[in-house]
Design a protein around this ligand. Structure first.
Ligand code: ZN
Length: 198
């Protein structure tokens, strides 16, 4: 429900993300910005690899193996054009209902942006988080913490921290860093909506 048009198959994403960690910024990394001319070619290749995992075309190796959730009917539904277009219609209806009549044109900008939030988020994190910013740790790749306070990507731009401590829920390490998603996760756990395994 929260991902809407940007629905990603958790199983496929988990395998791809494990490969990203195992081969970070090498030629086997599914989306290292250091192997692409621009962000668009990187994301096209990322999408190809992601769909390879969705269709189970790639073997599961020692680097990618491990627990993955599988929700077959949700995954099939989430990946259909009908489902994604349905969300776009829903977003458009919300914008057109709440926008003042003279501002209907705002929907022309807001709906495409809203509909592509997942890929835009991925593009910004994968590109900037391995190219621009500062490092707290030398972990032998190009991962960076792009912003001191990551309000923009909800904590995911602390890539240098995340690659150093991949199983740490809180991506913020230094006292001035703040990972909003960590605190949202804590609230969801308190409300018994999610369980934490680590
Ligand atoms: Zn990374």
């Amino acid at each position: 429900m929260a991902q809407g048009t940007s629905f990603l198959n958790a199983r496929a994403y988990a395998y791809m993300h494990r490969a990203h960690h195992a081969f970070s910024d090498t030629e086997n990394d599914p989306h290292s910005p250091h192997y692409y001319k621009n962000v668009v070619t990187m994301m096209i290749q990322t999408a190809k690899i992601y769909y390879g995992y969705v269709k189970k075309e790639f073997p599961i190796t020692k680097e990618t193996k491990g627990y993955v959730p599988e929700w077959k009917s949700l995954e099939e539904l989430g990946d259909t054009w009908g489902f994604r277009i349905g969300w776009i219609v829903f977003y458009s209806a919300i914008y057109l209902y709440f926008l003042p009549p003279d501002y209907w044109w705002v929907a022309l900008i807001a709906v495409p942006m809203h509909s592509l939030m997942g890929p835009m988020h991925g593009a910004i994190v994968n590109w900037c988080g391995h190219k621009y910013g500062y490092s707290n740790f030398d972990n032998k790749d190009y991962s960076k913490n792009t912003l001191l306070m990551d309000f923009l990507m909800m904590g995911e731009l602390y890539q240098n921290n995340h690659h150093t401590y991949p199983r740490r829920l809180n991506f913020a390490v230094k006292w001035w860093e703040f990972d909003p998603t960590y605190w949202i996760t804590k609230v969801l756990k308190k409300l018994h909506i999610i369980k934490l395994s680590t």
